[in-house]
Ligand binder design. Structure first.
Ligand code: ZN
Length: 159
């Protein structure tokens, strides 16, 4: 997994995006901790379900002491997803700023108490959601193969 400082410019893939990094954590770098609201977690989950940058890189969590640091199964409201295969994009309320995060950000927040930057939290709470016209317009700027590098079914966990 690659480390990028929060709010630095995203350059992990392709270098064509004008996005800000959030949540690219690594055990070698300290990160802010704190509480986030349940509302924030519920809204973050919606972004995780978008199939984007699938298997562009396989991300593992090296913050876990448990050497099992392969695939995480995240569950919420009767839905389950494998984490570590994809990235998410979150738009600010005015759609002018794009945030790029690994899908493992969900695990970092829930299991490692990572507190993302306030502007990212605000974007998740207030920004256009997947399914909205604005968000889908944004997604259409990605190549199909970027969006679905591998079949999205790889992420759907059948328990
Ligand atoms: Zn972990």
């Amino acid at each position: 997994m690659s480390y990028f400082e929060d709010l630095s410019n995203y350059s992990y893939c392709c270098g064509i995006e004008n996005s800000k990094n959030v949540g690219w954590l690594d055990v070698a770098h300290p990160f802010p901790k704190g509480k986030v609201s349940e509302d924030f977690i519920n809204k973050l989950w919606v972004y995780l379900k978008v199939d984007l940058m699938i298997m562009r890189g396989f991300h593992v969590c090296n913050l876990c002491h448990d050497p099992h640091n392969g695939i995480f199964i995240a569950s919420r409201n009767d839905e389950s997803l494998k984490l570590g295969f994809a990235e998410i994009r979150v738009l600010s309320e005015d759609s002018n700023v794009v945030y790029a995060a690994p899908d493992l950000i969900y695990h970092y927040i829930l299991d490692h108490s990572y507190k993302p930057p306030e502007e990212f939290v605000k974007a998740v709470l207030k920004g256009p959601k997947p399914g909205s016209i604005e968000y889908e317009k944004f997604l259409s700027t990605f190549d199909v193969e970027e969006r679905q590098y591998y079949p999205p079914t790889i992420r759907r966990y059948q328990g």
